[in-house]
Design a protein. Structure first.
Length: 514
């Protein structure tokens, strides 16, 4: 665990050093849980957005996108349930004065039991070697079974207390499990209270005429209130989806773990409107489709797992998370929710406007059911960054730090490096830069030795380095160096565009993914 925490620290410092992520308003000592994306961070972020948008909107004929306003009529949040029910159960430790989400304390406790199980399995694997039957071990070992039972019983208690808003029950669970404050190490807890997560502000400049409005806590509601506008203007037939990428804001009490939990973050959400009764089919479809999207990036199949929700949100009849193995362990990356007709019906009730669809195939009007996929862009960023960060020992005993970001996402596809600053090499390098700039983000670098320049490019994840030397002037060939294998090959400068397209071009990548 400690090793993993160190890894997160290393990644945070690497991200700052190389221009991926800076603490927000750092010159004023920063603002907690708020970050700025730097020159390379914004490129990676844009590429993640592009992949999502292309896979969800461009590659589905029945999905379109919108970009709704962040501010919405305050009744929106009454209708969605956020005013009354978007709360976190909070508990304070009286000694450290630190505030925690009660459910997170319990989940962390459960995670520790899970880790015990995994250690037990690992130990047995080492003991039995090739003869080890993991499935049999997990289903028969008394320690593993006892711990699984323990997890189940805690989860059941947590589910029932949270669902019934039984805050005393949540408190009792924390006391019974003897959970201690990670800071003070004591069990000196306050009672559990509910805390609304929405940021509010005042609309209007004249005192007295102002009314409270909220910064949206999810992008989804901008889609719901536009459901009929899009359906009618786009002549959409059910089933169809509306997608959106945008900022969301939550007054997270336990904002921590770098960009994993922020107060201002970005979501990539898609609401899929379907016939009532067909939502489970689409729920399964989107579960399969989204996990395929994630795995296609090649960050490691083992890094993903599904987690079915025990505590369903107020709007859902089925829900799961796609979890990723972050440096802090497996945590939610994306949510997939079957939201029934809850939101549209609520908006009908509060607005007094009908939000129904006439289905010509069955000659009936109805409020559609909705399956949503919602992935945090910043969490996607962290999943890519953390799984790409590698420190390698090289054959000559030296070390290199390399960000093995998938080529399609990496900020710079190519670095163009003239061997020296003279003899016409920079001019030739510029010529190549000018040819490639229309298709790929390229970086030009002529400072320091070529070895140092390679290291700098490795540290920022640049897919290829192109070195221009004196031979280039004679026969128009360059050295092309692959980031991961470090293999260098001599190819004609005229072949660069085709060669780079093989791995860095969207259409090639998407054809593989499809
Ligand atoms: N519209 C449904 C919805 O908002 P959610 O599970 O609350 O569902 C969806 O959020 C995704 O948004 C999460 O899976 C996570 O990736 C991201 N997310 C939520 N809160 C976040 C935060 N405070 N910081 C960064 N990302 C967050």
């Amino acid at each position: 665990m400690e090793q993993k925490e160190d890894l997160l620290k290393e990644i945070i410092s690497h991200a700052k050093e190389y221009g991926f992520i800076f603490p927000s308003s750092e010159i004023y000592d920063g603002l907690s849980a708020t970050y700025d994306y730097g020159q390379l961070g914004v490129e990676l972020k844009n590429n993640i957005k592009t992949f999502w948008w292309k896979a969800m909107v461009q590659m589905h004929e029945n999905i379109v996108g919108i970009d709704a306003a962040i501010f919405m009529h305050p009744k929106t949040w009454k209708a969605s349930g956020h005013v009354d029910a978007f709360n976190d159960p909070l508990i304070d430790n009286k000694d450290s004065k630190k505030r925690y989400r009660a459910d997170v304390l319990i989940e962390d406790y459960i995670e520790k039991i899970r880790q015990k199980i995994e250690k037990e399995v690992e130990k047995a694997q080492k003991r039995f070697g090739d003869a080890f039957d993991e499935e049999q071990f997990r289903s028969t070992n008394p320690n593993v079974l006892r711990n699984i039972e323990k997890i189940q019983s805690i989860e059941e208690r947590m589910k029932s207390t949270l669902e019934n808003n039984d805050l005393e029950g949540v408190y009792n669970l924390i006391v019974d499990l003897e959970i201690v404050c990670p800071l003070s190490g004591t069990k000196n807890w306050t009672e559990v209270r509910q805390f609304n997560l929405m940021f509010s502000t005042e609309l209007g400049s004249v005192s007295g005429e102002a009314s409270t409005i909220y910064l949206r806590p999810e992008t989804a509601q901008g889609i719901f209130v536009n459901f009929l506008n899009v359906q009618k203007s786009g002549r959409m037939k059910i089933p169809f989806g509306i997608a959106q990428i945008g900022k969301a804001f939550r007054n997270e009490i336990v904002a921590r773990q770098f960009i994993f939990r922020m107060r201002e973050f970005e979501q990539m959400e898609m609401q899929f409107f379907c016939r009532p009764g067909e939502e489970m089919k689409w729920y399964q479809y989107w579960k399969d489709s989204r996990i395929k999207w994630h795995k296609s990036l090649g960050l490691g199949e083992k890094n993903y797992r599904f987690h079915d929700h025990l505590k369903l949100a107020h709007y859902a009849n089925a829900a799961c998370d796609i979890e990723f193995d972050f440096p802090m362990g497996f945590k939610e990356l994306e949510g997939i929710h079957s939201r029934t007709d809850f939101d549209l019906k609520q908006h009908e009730n509060l607005s007094g406007k009908k939000l129904q669809y006439f289905d010509p195939e069955i000659n009936e009007s109805y409020v559609p059911y909705v399956v949503e996929t919602s992935v945090g862009l910043d969490r996607m960023f962290l999943s890519v960054l953390s799984s790409s960060y590698t420190v390698e020992k090289l054959a000559d005993g030296s070390e290199r730090t390399v960000l093995k970001i998938p080529f399609i996402l990496t900020p710079n596809k190519v670095a163009i490096l003239p061997l020296t600053k003279k003899d016409g090499l920079p001019e030739k390098a510029n010529e190549i830069w000018n040819r490639l700039k229309f298709d790929f983000t390229c970086q030009y670098d002529e400072k320091d030795s070529i070895g140092k320049r390679y290291r700098r490019q490795d540290a920022t994840g640049t897919a290829y380095c192109i070195t221009i030397d004196h031979q280039t002037l004679e026969d128009n060939t360059v050295t092309l160096r692959h980031r991961d294998t470090m293999i260098q090959s001599r190819i004609s400068a005229d072949e660069l565009l085709v060669k780079l397209s093989e791995t860095c071009n969207w259409s090639n990548f998407l054809k593989e993914f499809d």
